[in-house]
Structure formats: structure tokens, C-alpha cells
Design a protein around this ligand. Structure first.
Ligand SMILES: [Zn+2]
Ligand SMILES: [Zn+2]
Length: 305
């Protein structure tokens, strides 16, 4: 993902200091404010979110997030773990509320946490009936060098290979995180042999990478980034994906769709992105939502709500 701050530029010329100050304060306030509810768009599934990072703590707070989402048509969500603590929590959240399903793995940033003990525990969790995918795993080349906590690429490669094998052993989809690592990621998948179902979460490649993923039968999941002002190439990618290979996700609390970029994201914001996809693909929004929901239920083997 790239970061364009073009949308923050001010058009007006002479503004007084007090005005500038109050504008800044207003902008800051808006950043903390959740976006308004979108008009309902029934039949959707949030294919990738992080409920704990969205304020989910216990059964009650998880129910509140799901109630809010369901009120605008988002009937089910897949909550995704980044590390072991998160993975244990995600499985419990999926037990608390039947609208929640879980995905478990070590995020590439935490790839160094894989050892015999965590491997055994992850495998046990991956076999849990409420766990619908192994993820998010993959490669992140953005953070190494920027964060001391991030696993180096070689360690990420090894842990990614282990997760590919895990997905095959448990017969569940592999949910992939890819940041600035297109070539290595596709090469490792090809060398290891991809599982039957591969989901490219928060797809962020150009149309060539999209075409390669489509040709390999992968599922491309689009987040709010597809609605960003500077995302013409991503929209070109979203346009060429066949009907059966497209999903929509929030990746909440991150990547809030346009025009609420920077404000807190939650599953209830999914209709904004689903509508953006409908516009890109030139189909009625109800039809797009039905397709996205049906794809998620098929890919994750989830029942109707
Ligand atoms: Zn990710
Ligand atoms: Zn994520």
C-alpha cells in the first residue's frame, strides 16, 4: 500500500492562524470519529477483520460489533489472528458468536515465534471447526529494517512454507498477507505447491500480478484501499478478476474506505467497499453484494447465517 496525502491539501489561500488551528483540531477530531453507517447492503461477509483490535474483548463487545455490522447487511465476519495470543482469542470469539469465524496463523512480522510448541498449538487450533482458514501468513518486506520487532525475510520464508503445508494438512484455505513481496511470494507458493484455496487478502498488486493470481486460481480479496483516490491500478486489477474469484474485506481497524480514510474502521463499513467494487465492475450493488457473500461462504465453507 502507498500513502497519498493529496486529499489533505487545502484549496483556500489566506487563512488566519486561528482558522488554521481550528481546522487542525477539527481534522484531528474527525480522525478519531467512526464513519457514519452506510446504507444497508444485504448479504455481505467481511472476509478479513481483526475484532480484538476493533475493540472486541469479550462475548458482549464482540456481539456489539456484529450487531452493528449486521444492521447494515454484514451477516458474518472472519476474524484473523496475528500471533499466538490473538489466535487463542480469535477461536474463543468464534465460539462466543455464531456470526464469527476465525483464521489462525503467525503474521509474517511474528514469523520468529514459530517453534515446536507454537507449531503444535497452531495446528490444533487450525483443526477447530470454527476456524475457516490458515492466515494471515505470507511475506512482509515493508517492515524489516523499519521495525526491530519484525522477522527478517529468511525467517518469514521458512514460516510461510510451514503454513502452506499446514493449510494442506488441515484442508483449509491459505490466507495470504503480501506487502511488497510479490515475486518471492508467488515463487515460494509455486515451489511448495499451493493448497486448493489461496486467498490474497487485501490484494495490493497491479494488474499483472492480479492476472497471474487469477490464472493460478487464487481468490483476490479487496479492502478499502480499492476506493482510495490514488488507486487506479488497483481498480484495474479489481475489474479483471472473474466473478468466482473475488472477495471483499475491511481489514479493520485499518484501511477505512474513502472518504473516511484515516478514521477507525469496523465490519459495518464493509458496504462502502462493496459499493466501490460494484462501481468498478459496472454491476448493480445488490448483485455485487450477493456475489461477494456467496463467494465468501463457498471459499470458507460457511453456512448461511
Ligand atoms: Zn495483512
Ligand atoms: Zn489483517
Amino acid at each position: 500500500m502507498t500513502d497519498a496525502s493529496a486529499e489533505t491539501s487545502s484549496a483556500s489561500g489566506a487563512v488566519s492562524d486561528t482558522e488554521t488551528m481550528s481546522n487542525k483540531a477539527a481534522k484531528k477530531r474527525r480522525r478519531r470519529e467512526p464513519p457514519p453507517d452506510p446504507a444497508p447492503l444485504p448479504g455481505l461477509v467481511d472476509a478479513h477483520t481483526h475484532l480484538a483490535a476493533c475493540g472486541g474483548r469479550d462475548a458482549e463487545s464482540v456481539r456489539a460489533i456484529c450487531d452493528h455490522a449486521q444492521a447494515v447487511g454484514v451477516d458474518q465476519v472472519v476474524t484473523v489472528a496475528d500471533d499466538m495470543v490473538d489466535a487463542r482469542w480469535a477461536v474463543r470469539a468464534a465460539e462466543w458468536d455464531d456470526r464469527v469465524y476465525a483464521a489462525v496463523a503467525l503474521h509474517p512480522m511474528h514469523a520468529q515465534d514459530l517453534d515446536d510448541e507454537t507449531a503444535a498449538e497452531l495446528e490444533e487450533m487450525a483443526r477447530h471447526p470454527r476456524v475457516v482458514a490458515v492466515g494471515e501468513t505470507g511475506l512482509d518486506y515493508y517492515w524489516p529494517g523499519r521495525s526491530d520487532d519484525c522477522a527478517p525475510p529468511e525467517v518469514q520464508h521458512e514460516t510461510f512454507r510451514w503454513h502452506i503445508d499446514l493449510a494442506k494438512r488441515v484442508g483449509k484455505p491459505l490466507m495470504i498477507h503480501n506487502r511488497e513481496a510479490d515475486r518471492d511470494l508467488l515463487d515460494i507458493l509455486a515451489a511448495e505447491g499451493a493448497p486448493d484455496t489461496v486467498i490474497m487478502h487485501c490484494f495490493s498488486g497491479d494488474r499483472n500480478v492480479a492476472r497471474e493470481c487469477v490464472d493460478r486460481g487464487f481468490i483476490l480479496s479487496f479492502s478499502g484501499t480499492v476506493s482510495f483516490a490514488n488507486a487506479a491500478e488497483l481498480r484495474a486489477a479489481a475489474e479483471l478478476v472473474p466473478d468466482e474469484q473475488i472477495l471483499v474485506e475491511t481489514d479493520a481497524p485499518f484501511l477505512t474506505p474513502h472518504p473516511y480514510r484515516g478514521q477507525p474502521n469496523q465490519s459495518y463499513c464493509l458496504p462502502y467497499t462493496a459499493r466501490a467494487l460494484a462501481a468498478v465492475r459496472g454491476v448493480p450493488e445488490a448483485e455485487m453484494a450477493a456475489l461477494l457473500g456467496a463467494n465468501a461462504r463457498r471459499v470458507y465453507s460457511m453456512p448461511l447465517p
